[in-house]
Design a protein around this ligand. Sequence first.
Ligand code: SAH
Length: 248
Amino acid sequence: MNAKVWLVGAGPGDPELLTLKAVRALHEADVVLIDDLVNDAVLEHCPGARIIPVGKRGGCRSTPQAFIHRLMLRYARQGKCVVRLKGGDPCIFGRGGEEAQWLRERGVEVELVNGITAGLAGATQCDIPLTLRGVARGVTLVTAHTQDDSQVNWQALAQSGTTLVIYMGVARLSEIREQLLAGGMAMETPVAMIENASLPQQRECRSDLTGMEEAANRFQLKSPAILVIGAVAAARSGLLAWPADQSA
Ligand code: SAH
Protein backbone atom coordinates (compact mmCIF):
# COMPACT_ATOMS: atom_id res chain seq x y z
CA MET A 1 0.00 0.00 0.00
CA ASN A 2 1.39 3.33 -1.00
CA ALA A 3 -1.57 5.66 -0.60
CA LYS A 4 -0.30 9.05 -1.46
CA VAL A 5 -1.04 12.00 -3.67
CA TRP A 6 1.81 13.62 -5.52
CA LEU A 7 1.07 17.16 -6.72
CA VAL A 8 3.49 17.37 -9.59
CA GLY A 9 4.54 20.16 -11.94
CA ALA A 10 4.93 18.95 -15.51
CA GLY A 11 6.78 22.09 -16.61
CA PRO A 12 5.80 24.43 -19.43
CA GLY A 13 5.46 21.89 -22.24
CA ASP A 14 8.85 20.65 -23.40
CA PRO A 15 9.00 17.10 -21.96
CA GLU A 16 12.74 17.51 -21.39
CA LEU A 17 11.96 20.19 -18.80
CA LEU A 18 10.37 17.61 -16.51
CA THR A 19 12.28 17.01 -13.27
CA LEU A 20 13.71 13.60 -12.39
CA LYS A 21 11.45 13.60 -9.33
CA ALA A 22 8.38 14.14 -11.48
CA VAL A 23 9.47 11.19 -13.61
CA ARG A 24 9.83 9.03 -10.48
CA ALA A 25 6.36 10.01 -9.27
CA LEU A 26 4.90 9.16 -12.68
CA HIS A 27 6.62 5.75 -12.58
CA GLU A 28 4.98 5.03 -9.22
CA ALA A 29 1.54 6.28 -10.20
CA ASP A 30 -1.53 4.06 -10.39
CA VAL A 31 -3.73 6.99 -11.39
CA VAL A 32 -2.77 10.27 -13.09
CA LEU A 33 -5.13 13.23 -13.06
CA ILE A 34 -3.93 15.50 -15.82
CA ASP A 35 -4.60 19.18 -16.55
CA ASP A 36 -5.02 20.31 -20.13
CA LEU A 37 -1.94 22.53 -20.25
CA VAL A 38 0.18 19.44 -19.69
CA ASN A 39 1.93 18.02 -22.75
CA ASP A 40 0.68 14.42 -23.20
CA ALA A 41 4.21 13.42 -24.20
CA VAL A 42 5.15 13.23 -20.51
CA LEU A 43 2.75 10.30 -20.10
CA GLU A 44 5.38 8.01 -21.61
CA HIS A 45 6.70 7.84 -18.03
CA CYS A 46 3.54 6.19 -16.70
CA PRO A 47 2.50 3.59 -19.30
CA GLY A 48 0.62 1.44 -16.78
CA ALA A 49 -1.34 4.18 -15.04
CA ARG A 50 -4.95 5.10 -15.48
CA ILE A 51 -5.07 8.59 -17.05
CA ILE A 52 -7.94 10.93 -16.14
CA PRO A 53 -8.12 14.31 -17.90
CA VAL A 54 -9.43 17.00 -15.54
CA GLY A 55 -8.73 20.14 -17.54
CA LYS A 56 -10.41 23.35 -16.56
CA ARG A 57 -9.48 26.01 -19.08
CA GLY A 58 -11.32 29.29 -19.10
CA GLY A 59 -14.35 29.22 -21.35
CA CYS A 60 -14.26 25.48 -22.02
CA ARG A 61 -16.12 22.64 -20.36
CA SER A 62 -14.43 22.33 -17.06
CA THR A 63 -14.09 19.86 -14.24
CA PRO A 64 -15.24 21.46 -10.99
CA GLN A 65 -12.51 21.78 -8.39
CA ALA A 66 -14.59 19.97 -5.76
CA PHE A 67 -14.93 16.98 -8.06
CA ILE A 68 -11.15 16.85 -8.58
CA HIS A 69 -10.65 16.96 -4.81
CA ARG A 70 -13.05 14.06 -4.27
CA LEU A 71 -11.52 12.03 -7.07
CA MET A 72 -8.03 12.34 -5.56
CA LEU A 73 -9.37 11.45 -2.13
CA ARG A 74 -11.28 8.43 -3.39
CA TYR A 75 -8.28 6.92 -5.18
CA ALA A 76 -5.94 7.68 -2.28
CA ARG A 77 -8.33 5.93 0.15
CA GLN A 78 -8.36 2.92 -2.16
CA GLY A 79 -4.62 2.72 -1.50
CA LYS A 80 -3.70 3.97 -4.95
CA CYS A 81 -0.70 6.13 -5.70
CA VAL A 82 -2.18 9.24 -7.28
CA VAL A 83 -0.32 11.82 -9.34
CA ARG A 84 -2.03 15.13 -9.93
CA LEU A 85 -0.12 16.52 -12.89
CA LYS A 86 -0.27 20.25 -13.50
CA GLY A 87 1.26 22.54 -16.09
CA GLY A 88 4.33 24.49 -14.97
CA ASP A 89 4.70 24.51 -11.20
CA PRO A 90 1.82 23.20 -9.06
CA CYS A 91 1.98 26.19 -6.71
CA ILE A 92 2.28 29.01 -9.23
CA PHE A 93 -1.32 29.85 -10.16
CA GLY A 94 -1.97 26.13 -10.00
CA ARG A 95 -3.99 25.63 -6.81
CA GLY A 96 -1.34 23.27 -5.49
CA GLY A 97 -1.45 24.85 -2.06
CA GLU A 98 -5.23 24.54 -1.80
CA GLU A 99 -5.27 20.93 -2.94
CA ALA A 100 -2.46 19.92 -0.59
CA GLN A 101 -4.23 21.47 2.38
CA TRP A 102 -7.61 19.93 1.52
CA LEU A 103 -6.06 16.44 1.24
CA ARG A 104 -3.91 16.72 4.35
CA GLU A 105 -6.94 17.80 6.38
CA ARG A 106 -8.42 14.44 5.42
CA GLY A 107 -5.36 12.48 6.46
CA VAL A 108 -3.90 11.91 3.01
CA GLU A 109 -0.14 12.05 2.59
CA VAL A 110 0.80 14.66 0.00
CA GLU A 111 4.10 15.40 -1.67
CA LEU A 112 4.64 18.47 -3.84
CA VAL A 113 7.07 18.36 -6.74
CA ASN A 114 8.26 21.55 -8.43
CA GLY A 115 7.89 22.12 -12.11
CA ILE A 116 9.42 24.86 -14.22
CA THR A 117 6.81 27.58 -14.32
CA ALA A 118 5.82 28.99 -17.72
CA GLY A 119 7.01 32.51 -16.92
CA LEU A 120 10.55 31.42 -16.18
CA ALA A 121 10.66 29.02 -19.12
CA GLY A 122 9.22 31.53 -21.59
CA ALA A 123 11.76 34.19 -20.68
CA THR A 124 14.65 31.77 -20.91
CA GLN A 125 13.49 30.42 -24.28
CA CYS A 126 13.67 34.01 -25.56
CA ASP A 127 17.06 34.74 -23.99
CA ILE A 128 15.56 37.17 -21.51
CA PRO A 129 17.32 37.20 -18.13
CA LEU A 130 14.54 38.06 -15.69
CA THR A 131 16.98 39.55 -13.22
CA LEU A 132 20.09 41.34 -14.33
CA ARG A 133 22.64 43.22 -12.28
CA GLY A 134 22.12 46.95 -12.65
CA VAL A 135 18.90 46.51 -14.68
CA ALA A 136 16.38 44.40 -12.78
CA ARG A 137 16.87 43.56 -9.13
CA GLY A 138 13.85 41.33 -8.88
CA VAL A 139 10.99 39.68 -10.66
CA THR A 140 7.27 39.64 -9.88
CA LEU A 141 5.02 36.80 -11.03
CA VAL A 142 1.46 38.07 -11.18
CA THR A 143 -1.84 36.97 -12.65
CA ALA A 144 -4.05 39.42 -14.49
CA HIS A 145 -7.03 37.20 -13.80
CA THR A 146 -8.65 37.16 -10.37
CA GLN A 147 -11.82 35.24 -9.62
CA ASP A 148 -12.59 37.14 -6.44
CA ASP A 149 -12.95 40.90 -6.23
CA SER A 150 -9.34 41.48 -5.33
CA GLN A 151 -7.57 43.99 -7.55
CA VAL A 152 -4.00 43.82 -8.73
CA ASN A 153 -2.13 46.88 -7.46
CA TRP A 154 -0.74 47.83 -10.88
CA GLN A 155 0.57 51.14 -9.61
CA ALA A 156 2.76 49.41 -7.03
CA LEU A 157 3.96 46.98 -9.69
CA ALA A 158 4.69 49.81 -12.14
CA GLN A 159 6.92 51.40 -9.56
CA SER A 160 8.50 48.25 -8.16
CA GLY A 161 11.51 48.28 -10.47
CA THR A 162 11.14 44.52 -10.85
CA THR A 163 10.57 42.64 -14.09
CA LEU A 164 6.86 41.80 -14.38
CA VAL A 165 5.91 38.34 -15.57
CA ILE A 166 2.18 38.28 -16.15
CA TYR A 167 0.15 35.08 -16.44
CA MET A 168 -3.35 34.83 -17.94
CA GLY A 169 -2.99 38.29 -19.45
CA VAL A 170 -3.98 37.79 -23.10
CA ALA A 171 -7.60 38.83 -22.61
CA ARG A 172 -6.60 41.80 -20.44
CA LEU A 173 -3.89 43.52 -22.45
CA SER A 174 -5.76 46.78 -22.66
CA GLU A 175 -6.32 46.98 -18.91
CA ILE A 176 -2.73 45.98 -18.11
CA ARG A 177 -1.33 48.60 -20.48
CA GLU A 178 -3.56 51.38 -19.18
CA GLN A 179 -2.99 50.57 -15.54
CA LEU A 180 0.78 50.35 -15.85
CA LEU A 181 0.94 53.63 -17.80
CA ALA A 182 -1.33 55.28 -15.24
CA GLY A 183 0.92 53.87 -12.52
CA GLY A 184 3.89 55.71 -13.97
CA MET A 185 5.67 53.04 -16.00
CA ALA A 186 7.54 54.50 -18.99
CA MET A 187 5.79 54.23 -22.35
CA GLU A 188 8.86 52.75 -24.01
CA THR A 189 9.30 49.95 -21.43
CA PRO A 190 10.10 46.80 -23.44
CA VAL A 191 7.52 44.00 -23.56
CA ALA A 192 7.88 40.39 -24.73
CA MET A 193 4.80 38.23 -25.22
CA ILE A 194 5.55 34.53 -25.45
CA GLU A 195 2.96 32.06 -26.65
CA ASN A 196 3.31 28.29 -26.12
CA ALA A 197 6.65 28.70 -24.42
CA SER A 198 9.04 25.75 -24.82
CA LEU A 199 6.78 23.93 -27.31
CA PRO A 200 7.62 23.51 -31.02
CA GLN A 201 4.86 26.02 -31.83
CA GLN A 202 6.34 28.70 -29.55
CA ARG A 203 5.98 32.26 -30.90
CA GLU A 204 7.23 35.52 -29.48
CA CYS A 205 6.08 39.07 -30.09
CA ARG A 206 8.16 42.06 -28.99
CA SER A 207 6.83 45.52 -28.40
CA ASP A 208 6.89 48.37 -25.94
CA LEU A 209 4.32 49.20 -23.30
CA THR A 210 2.34 51.73 -25.36
CA GLY A 211 2.21 49.50 -28.44
CA MET A 212 1.68 46.13 -26.76
CA GLU A 213 -2.03 45.72 -27.36
CA GLU A 214 -1.83 46.68 -30.99
CA ALA A 215 1.23 44.48 -31.52
CA ALA A 216 -0.53 41.52 -29.90
CA ASN A 217 -3.61 42.02 -32.07
CA ARG A 218 -1.55 42.18 -35.25
CA PHE A 219 0.32 39.07 -34.12
CA GLN A 220 -2.95 37.35 -33.15
CA LEU A 221 -1.48 36.42 -29.79
CA LYS A 222 -3.36 33.53 -28.20
CA SER A 223 -3.45 31.87 -24.81
CA PRO A 224 -1.43 30.29 -23.30
CA ALA A 225 0.99 33.17 -23.28
CA ILE A 226 3.01 35.07 -20.74
CA LEU A 227 3.97 38.72 -20.82
CA VAL A 228 7.38 39.90 -19.70
CA ILE A 229 7.48 43.64 -19.02
CA GLY A 230 10.61 45.51 -18.05
CA ALA A 231 13.98 46.64 -19.37
CA VAL A 232 15.24 43.06 -19.63
CA ALA A 233 12.51 42.24 -22.17
CA ALA A 234 14.63 44.00 -24.80
CA ALA A 235 17.36 41.41 -24.37
CA ARG A 236 18.09 39.55 -27.58
CA SER A 237 21.35 39.52 -29.45
CA GLY A 238 22.63 42.84 -28.21
CA LEU A 239 19.42 44.89 -28.16
CA LEU A 240 19.76 45.45 -24.45
CA ALA A 241 22.41 47.89 -23.31
CA TRP A 242 24.19 45.51 -20.96
CA PRO A 243 25.51 47.19 -17.83
CA ALA A 244 29.24 47.58 -17.41
CA ASP A 245 30.76 44.70 -15.50
CA GLN A 246 30.55 45.69 -11.87
CA SER A 247 32.42 42.68 -10.55
CA ALA A 248 35.87 44.06 -11.34
N1 SAH B 1 0.95 26.47 -13.01
C1 SAH B 1 1.22 27.07 -14.30
C2 SAH B 1 0.36 28.28 -14.58
C3 SAH B 1 -1.10 27.95 -14.74
S1 SAH B 1 -2.05 29.36 -15.06
C4 SAH B 1 2.71 27.41 -14.37
O1 SAH B 1 3.39 27.38 -13.34
O2 SAH B 1 3.19 27.68 -15.47
C5 SAH B 1 -2.20 29.30 -16.82
C6 SAH B 1 -1.38 30.39 -17.47
O3 SAH B 1 -0.01 30.03 -17.47
C7 SAH B 1 -1.70 30.66 -18.92
O4 SAH B 1 -2.80 31.52 -19.06
C8 SAH B 1 -0.43 31.31 -19.39
O5 SAH B 1 -0.37 32.66 -18.99
C9 SAH B 1 0.61 30.54 -18.62
N2 SAH B 1 1.16 29.42 -19.38
C10 SAH B 1 1.08 28.11 -19.09
N3 SAH B 1 1.76 27.37 -19.98
C11 SAH B 1 2.31 28.25 -20.86
C12 SAH B 1 3.16 28.12 -22.01
N4 SAH B 1 3.59 26.93 -22.43
N5 SAH B 1 3.52 29.26 -22.65
C13 SAH B 1 3.12 30.47 -22.23
N6 SAH B 1 2.33 30.64 -21.16
C14 SAH B 1 1.93 29.55 -20.48
